[in-house]
Design a protein. Sequence first.
Length: 134
Amino acid sequence: MTDDVKTNVKSKSTWTRLVFIILFAITYRIASIVLFAITIIQFLKALFTGSPFPQLQSFGGSLAEYNKQVVEFLSYQSEEKPFPVGPWPEQPAAPAQKADDVIIVAEPVEEASEKKKPATKKKSSKDDSDQSDE
């Protein structure tokens, strides 16, 4: 083994990270079960009343942010430890929606060119019938 490998194997921070990886992998699994339960509850509430629970929407947003933090830690994208070592994340700000937004739908170019093709075919078939009459 090289000196770098020996140093990394003997490093306390490497083994501490392993303990946190195991703990956060377990919490990620628990969080996915909680997310599934929230999904079912929100669906049933929306089914019977027409709208979901606002408190669960807020918690669901912060749970999604927590899952993101856990995945970042587990995949070595971040050194910051999520909850319970770090603080519970806030729900990310939702983009502002305006009630008077206008949506314009344009016709795709392919459809426009396909509409022109039958018109040219009609002309050619008309020309063929004119030639056959002669």
